[in-house]
Ligand binder design. Sequence first.
Ligand SMILES: *Cc1c(COP(=O)(O)O)cnc(C)c1O
Length: 359
Amino acid sequence: MAKQWQGVISEYIDRLDIDKNTPIITLGEGGTPLVHAPALAKLVGAQDVWLKVEGMNPTGSFKDRGMTMAVTKAVAHGAKAVICASTGNTSASAAAYAAKAGIKSVVLIPEGKITLGKLAQAIAHKAVILQVRGNFDDCLVLARDLSENYAVHLVNSVNPDRLEGQKTASFEVFDYLGFAPDYHVMPVGNAGNYSAYFKGYKELQRDGFISTLPKQLGFQAAGSAPFVAGHPIANPETIATAIRIGNPASWDLAINAREESNGEFDSVTDEEILSMHRYLSNEIGVFVEPSSATGAAGLLKFAKAGKVPSDAKIVITVTGHGLKDVGWALKDENGEEVKPTSCSKDASEVADLLGLEKN
Ligand SMILES: *Cc1c(COP(=O)(O)O)cnc(C)c1O
């Protein structure tokens, strides 16, 4: 039988906080490609750049790494229902893992701010979907309140099981490269992922696999950048809906991760995000949702400021799949809708149209 990746819990069971006899709820998450991107390395003037393509997870984002752990533990504790607040990807993931587990999922989404692809996923996996008249931060307060007072298990990244599962991405980077990168770059919303990577690298250091921690560079959207401002933002605005978060849940963990890793937080504009979103699909062949391009956009900003050493080895996590939010891809750089060119069935006419030379 061909070897198949077993999902992050089975693959890393010895390094996770879980009883070995716990029945595992998995969809085969993790084991995502680390794509070498020499063109991007050249663009930012670094020695090597790899993209950790988290859109290749079962529901199309890194959230699955944490969700397998959170739902596995919820079920082990007898939970019959899970709840989350979500900008979209957490709900898609929670709904899928709850479906696999045969339990109910409830998702709280901010009114009008979730992409159609993600909503379709939650519906497909039969989540109970409530659209809250408020933003993501309001949804999270409500989800916490309900889980504290009613029989429903919270699976947002404030649940430590989520970060425990997500730290496996650092293990995969090290296992694949055989070393830790000098910089690890990613988008930051609630900063759960930023904190989880740090946890993973810290454990690799503790266990003697690596000596130096990667500097973690976390980038936010300019209209939604509480870590840059140094305080929560009341009305975050950005087209990057997955990181449209004004009051990050993992604030203290993230501040610690930045300090200990010698990292930085900074922001990029929506224009910079969309431009990098296009570059990654046009020039690298990796199609991500706009939010997911935020890390690479930030790295390019750092490069322009002369902040990327020429010998640097860099991993950028691209967090979610492009098919989740296709609207931006369907427009050209001027915002005009791109339409396929109509043509006849005649080969010579089509060859003319394509400017092909005859052989
Ligand atoms: C959740 C998410 C983020 C932000 O991750 P945090 O852990 O909230 O910082 C970024 N990109 C995508 C695609 C996401 O789904």
